[in-house]
Design a protein around this ligand. Structure first.
Ligand code: GLU
Length: 388
């Protein structure tokens, strides 16, 4: 059975890129009658935002993407918060230390900063001079016993033999270790893991078969595969999802404008239209203009805007159809899809009543009562509020 995971860090609201990742995990899991986990990657306390987990869960609930296991939905892989799994990461770090694939580094943050500067001045790509790699075992034991603070680094002088990195979207990749820091940190001095260690340990321990995540993690793939090989573990399959862009070609980010899912909810968009829009960004479903004109009388249909419900998306989802080009999210397409999702649902009385209620609430919140005037010339039975 396939088992996937969506693993956001609670560093803020769920944004469109994150929702697209959750959606593709859902589509893949459901298509192959598997399951998916919501895993909260909360090991960086400096970036933790209170209320973020609740926001992520509320956004997923609104869109109808139901995870099978995770916070509030216990299962065999828990706990689902990484901060509750710290012993596990320490055990794996110890294994890497014992096999020589990792080593303890006692350099202070100041010393590390000056080393980095010195290396940069000489034009080196290295970010660390591996000073602690050559400490004797006795020296390490002595310093640990003396209570000196240390971190655990991966030893990239001892890379294991392994297959080339293959990604289900990007294909076979040439390893680019040079783009990674020298001897990446696995365990910090507070004994909390870095993302790399926690992520590979959990994907293995939870039995994840497929990792679908944002393209920004593609440079980390060689390191993750090296870690699996160093631990003699079979890695899951990876699929990196191309970055989403704003209509002007700039990278979509939390810092630039309203990309939070809950903002789309507040502005009254149809959740299924939002999912439809995100699913098609990067997944070129053929648009059939003739069919739409006949069905909806709309000759303005933008390209690649097949109107699909969530079950239809599950049915047609195909990882091999994903492009590795960066994808522009065109708001005109969302408008188009939203109209058609509304029209579809209006064939159903219950959905129509539900929409009427939502529209009423939206009008009430956007136009406080002082903007509502009831015309006195109207009879009681035909009385309609006028909105200015
Ligand atoms: N916590 C990472 C993030 O929020 C997850 C990366 C992954 O899926 O491996 O982007």
């Amino acid at each position: 059975m396939v088992l996937l995971r969506f693993a956001p860090s609670p560093t803020g609201a769920l944004h469109l890129g994150g929702l697209r990742t959750a959606l593709y995990n859902h589509l893949y899991a459901k298509k192959y009658r598997g399951k998916w986990i919501l895993r909260i990657e909360d090991t960086d306390s400096t970036r933790y935002v209170p209320g973020a987990v609740e926001g992520i869960r509320a956004a997923l609930e609104w869109t109808g993407l139901e995870y099978d296991y995770g916070p509030g939905r216990d299962g065999p892989h828990g706990p689902y918060y990484q901060s509750e799994r710290l012993d596990l990461y320490r055990t794996y770090a110890r294994r890497l230390l014992e096999s020589g694939h990792a080593y303890r580094c006692f350099c202070s943050p100041d010393k590390l900063a000056s080393t980095r500067e010195r290396l940069a001045r000489t034009g080196s790509n290295a970010t660390y001079d591996k000073a602690c790699l050559h400490l004797t075992e006795e020296e390490v034991v002595r310093r640990v016993r003396a209570g000196e603070s240390s971190i655990v680094r991966f030893n990239d002088d001892r890379l294991p033999q392994r297959d080339a990195a293959t990604d289900l979207v990007f294909g076979v990749l040439r390893d680019a270790h040079a783009s990674l820091p020298t001897d990446p940190v696995l365990l910090k001095s507070d004994l909390f893991p870095t993302y790399h260690l926690a992520s590979i340990v959990d994907d293995h321990e939870m039995g994840i078969t497929h990792v679908l995540r944002g393209e920004e993690w593609l440079p980390s793939l060689p390191l993750h595969l090296d870690l699996y090989a160093s631990l003699s573990l079979k890695p899951p399959q990876f699929a990196h999802l191309p970055i989403l862009l704003n209509p002007d070609g700039t990278k979509m980010s939390k810092r630039k404008g309203n990309v939070s899912v809950l903002d789309f909810m507040r502005r009254g968009w149809e959740p299924e239209a939002l999912l439809n829009w995100l699913a098609l960004a990067g997944w070129g479903t053929q648009h059939d203009p003739n069919k739409k004109q006949i069905l909806f009388g709309d000759s303005q249909a933008p390209d690649s805007t097949a109107v699909m419900t969530l079950p239809e998306l599950v049915d047609q989802f195909d990882l091999s159809a994903l492009t590795h080009r960066r994808n522009i999210l065109d708001p005109a397409k969302l408008g188009y899809l939203n109209r058609h999702h509304l029209m579809r649902s209006w064939k159903n009385n219950e959905a129509t009543a539900c929409h009427a209620h939502r529209i009423r609430e939206l009008v009430k919140s956007d136009f406080p009562t002082r903007y509502l005037r009831v015309s006195s010339s109207l009879t009681r039975s035909s009385m309609q509020p006028t909105i200015f």
